[in-house]
Design a binder for this molecule. Structure first.
Ligand SMILES: Cc1cc2nc3c(=O)[nH]c(=O)nc-3n(C[C@H](O)[C@H](O)[C@H](O)COP(=O)(O)OP(=O)(O)OC[C@H]3O[C@@H](n4cnc5c(N)ncnc54)[C@H](O)[C@@H]3O)c2cc1C
Length: 284
């Protein structure tokens, strides 16, 4: 590995100042993505600026909705009783991310900022319509998570910004959501994954939010499928149309983990399985 300097700022101001003054520096949180990329020589930063010593980035606040600091680890999410109670889909996804050792250091902010199409935490946040707060030395802005991802490894985060918080709306008492993930083995990145949120009223779907992972250049909202379901009674025929549309909407690639055909197939299966899980009935 190439040599690099390492800094441990104790405030956001200090971290942003360092980033501005050191060309080629990268922020590091848990390092579970970044160190692998440095070892593989995909990245050659001149310096690493650790965000782990900035206390306000590692807190969770329940305030009707929720504010999750970017440095909150995946294990912190699993151990927080109210977060799991209010947003069970978030903990379902967190449980599926890596191993215990990875979850103990991997952060939710790092998972989003790495911008992988397979980022497990992106999907529940997309169906919960979360926002992210981005902070530069001069200003703070809030961006809907659906507008955050731009491509593999790319987001709307500017190089002089830190993702500081994830903001969640208060949970809706009629909404139910679930997360499904297919990997080659238990501890693996997703071949394909799906989060689905439904609000039902008298057999009619009032709201549907669906997001899929590892099947497009970004973690993707399946807006056309959502529109198809909304305002309709969830019948066998509708589910079949939703499965077809989901398979048509995604644009997966073939790689070492799976073929594009298999990934499309899984997305279709997961649309049906997710609906069945939420509605508690077979839609065969
Ligand atoms: C063995 C193994 C298994 C894994 N399994 C999974 C899995 O099942 N599912 C999955 O989704 N991921 C998995 N990962 C990937 C990784 O663990 C997660 O993406 C993790 O959440 C990354 O968080 P981190 O804190 O380690 O990020 P880091 O590696 O520290 O950072 C990742 C990127 O984000 C930037 N960054 C980090 N925090 C911020 C911030 N607050 N503001 C601005 N930029 C920031 C960094 O500069 C870097 O570019 C796995 C990794 C390993 C090594």
């Amino acid at each position: 590995m190439r040599r690099f300097d390492y800094f441990r700022p104790k405030s956001l101001k200090e971290a942003l100042e360092l980033k501005k003054t050191i060309a080629g520096a990268k922020f590091i949180s848990g390092g579970t993505d970044l160190i692998v990329q440095i070892k593989n020589r995909e990245l050659k930063p001149s310096a690493l600026i650790s965000l782990r010593f900035i206390p306000e980035l590692a807190t969770i606040e329940i305030n009707g909705g929720a504010r999750i600091g970017a440095l909150v680890t995946i294990s912190d999410i699993l151990q927080h009783p109210e977060l799991g109670h209010n947003y069970p889909v978030l903990t379902e996804a967190a449980k599926s991310l890596g191993s215990v050792q990875i979850r103990n250091v991997a952060t939710i902010g790092g998972n989003l900022c790495n911008c992988s199409p397979c980022a497990d935490m992106a999907l529940p946040l997309l169906v919960l319509e979360a926002k992210v707060r981005l902070q530069s030395a001069k200003a703070s802005r809030e961006v809907p998570i659906s507008k955050f991802f731009k491509g593999p490894g790319e987001s709307c985060l500017a190089s002089n910004e830190i993702l500081t918080d994830i903001l969640l709306n208060p949970p809706h008492n009629k909404a139910k959501a679930t997360f499904l993930k297919k990997g080659r083995v238990k501890v693996d990145l997703a071949i394909a994954s799906l989060a689905l949120l439904l609000e039902m009223e008298g057999g009619i779907c009032r709201k549907a939010r669906i997001a899929a992972g590892s099947v497009a250049p970004i973690p993707l909202r399946l807006s056309k499928v959502e529109t198809l379901l909304e305002g309709a009674a969830v019948s066998e025929d509708l589910v079949s149309k939703a499965q077809h549309l989901a398979r048509e909407t995604v644009s997966p690639i073939t790689d070492v983990r799976a073929t594009e055909k298999y990934r499309r197939q899984i997305v279709g299966v997961y649309v049906k399985r997710g609906l069945e899980k939420i509605l508690g009935q077979s839609l065969a």
